[in-house]
Design a protein around this ligand. Sequence first.
Ligand SMILES: [Zn+2]
Length: 152
Amino acid sequence: MLDQGPRIHPHTGCHLIFTRDERRFKEESFDSRMHELSIAQNVLDIVHQYVPAEDRHRIATVGMNVGELSGVVVDSLEFCFTAITSDTPMREARLKVVEIPLQARCRSCAAAFRVEHSQFSCPSCGSTDLEITAGRELQVTDIELRDGEEGS
Ligand SMILES: [Zn+2]
C-alpha cells in the first residue's frame, strides 16, 4: 500500500506528487481497437487533473497498475501513450506499467491462489465459488516529476 500525499521518491529524488488513485476507468464500452487509445487518453486526463500545465514538462514517469483481467495490451497502451504525448510538453514522460496477475480466494476453504489458464476452480478443494482478489486493476498509481530549475 502506497502512502497518500506528497513525498520524495526514495530512488530518484523526484517529487512524487500523487501516489494513489482509486478511480477506475470505464473499461467495457470501447471498441476493441480503440481500447488502449481511450485508456491512454484517460490516463492523460488524470495527469492533467493532478499536474498543473506549467509542471507537465517535468513529468518523468506515470505509474499504472494494469490487471490481467483488464484486457489491456500493455505494449499497445505504451505505444498509444507515447503517440498522444509526443507533441506535448509531456513528450519525455514514460508510462511505467505494473502488471497485476489474476488472483482469487476460495469462499469454501479460504485458499488464496493465482488463477492461471482460466482455471476458475480452487486448487485445494475444487470449489468454483471464488472471489477475485486481484487482477481487475486499471489505475494511475503515481506521477513522478523531475526536479525543476529552481534557484540560481
Ligand atoms: Zn477451496
